[in-house]
Design a protein around this ligand. Structure first.
Ligand code: PEP
Ligand code: MN
Length: 337
């Protein structure tokens, strides 16, 4: 449940309610809004008489949360969560554009791509230094060297960096270089990793597992929030279906459905969602039209020699063209880029 305090509630009244909630064995999540304070009561609340709190000074009402993911739910927080990253805001009126190669491969490759995507209007550079590959014989990423190159690209362009972290013990290291920690589809239900990024001081881009429901995605987000990190973005990147012409089936429904259930920003990945560069632009436009808060797109200067995901990577000039074409679509839905 959430306890909504009166506009005029005093600090003393708020503390008394918090103390009462804690004395009943619950965790408290305080949300200090512009107008009033909302107290999230987290735990199994079935045995508690909700009217208990209504009688306390300063309390306006209490509201049950209908979802199994209380902190991520719209019931808990009506306004959209806006995440500030290096001067960019994700979840506000601008559609955040993250772009770059699947993997960091070399200094030349990442710097060339970074300058190109920045020029085209992206504000965040993507690039994996640690790659979760299906085969142990495929390129696994440059590791620490890749992180250093990303930091160099940030220095050179001012772009923020989003990069994947695959293991809980790597979170401190990756956090030293990244502005946003990416949790890949294969790790959406790696609970030790969710716990670790929940304690990190960095925003998280949580990708939907390839066979996960939206509720499971939201439950994974809830793990991160419940460990104290509220800066989570949900990413639709396509799910596995019987369809074979595309790598995955991008679930466009995810955008309005997640936005109705949750206050967290929703990002769409049309690159993994289609697996083929020819279809990336159309699906990116559909995502913006559907109301996505951001896009994450793979861009590579030479997709034919890319070490991973070349088939779904846009060349810089195609990406720049897409950015131009996205503008009127963003404007039609009341956004900008
Ligand atoms: C990626 O972003 O390159 C990636 C591996 O994505 P996913 O986890 O969605 O497969
Ligand atoms: Mn990729």
């Amino acid at each position: 449940m959430i306890i909504v305090m009166k506009r005029a509630a005093t600090t003393q009244e708020i503390s008394s309610v918090v103390a009462r909630v804690e004395s009943l064995g619950f965790h408290v999540h305080l949300s200090q809004g512009e107008e009033r304070t909302i107290i999230g009561v987290i735990g199994d609340e079935r045995p508690v008489d909700r009217t208990l709190f209504e009688l306390m000074d300063g309390v306006e009402k209490n509201v049950p949360i209908r979802q199994p993911f209380p902190l991520a739910s719209r019931d808990f927080k009506k306004e959209n969560t806006v995440i500030a990253v290096n001067g960019t805001r994700i979840g506000g009126s601008k559609v955040a554009i993250m772009a770059g190669p699947c993997a960091v491969e070399s200094r030349e490759q990442i710097l060339e791509t970074a300058h190109a995507v920045k020029e085209a209007g992206a504000t965040i550079l993507r690039g994996g230094a640690y790659k979760p590959r299906t085969s142990p014989y495929s390129f696994q990423g440059l590791g620490l060297k890749g992180l250093e190159l990303l930091a160099e690209a940030r220095q050179a362009t001012g772009l923020a960096i989003v990069t994947e972290v695959m293991a809980p013990e790597a979170v401190p290291l990756v956090s030293q270089y990244a502005d946003i920690l990416q949790l890949g589809a294969r790790n959406m239900q790696n609970y030790a990793l969710l716990h670790a990024v929940g304690e990190a001081q960095k925003p998280v881009l949580l990708k939907r597992g390839m066979m996960s429901t939206l509720e499971e995605l939201l439950m994974s987000a809830e793990y991160i929030l419940s460990h104290g990190n509220y800066r989570v973005m949900l990413c639709e990147r396509g799910i596995r279906t019987f369809e074979k012409y595309t790598r995955n089936t991008l679930d466009i429904n995810a955008v309005p459905v997640l936005q109705s259930l949750s206050h967290l920003p929703v990002i769409v990945d049309p690159s993994h969602g289609t697996g083929k560069w020819e279809f990336v632009s159309a699906v990116a436009k559909a995502a913006v039209a559907a109301g996505a808060d951001g896009l994450i797109i793979e861009v590579h200067p030479h997709p034919d020699v890319a070490m991973s995901d070349g088939a779904q990577s846009l060349k810089p000039e195609k990406f720049a063209q897409l950015m131009r074409e996205l503008w009127p679509i963003a404007e039609a839905v009341g956004r900008s880029l």
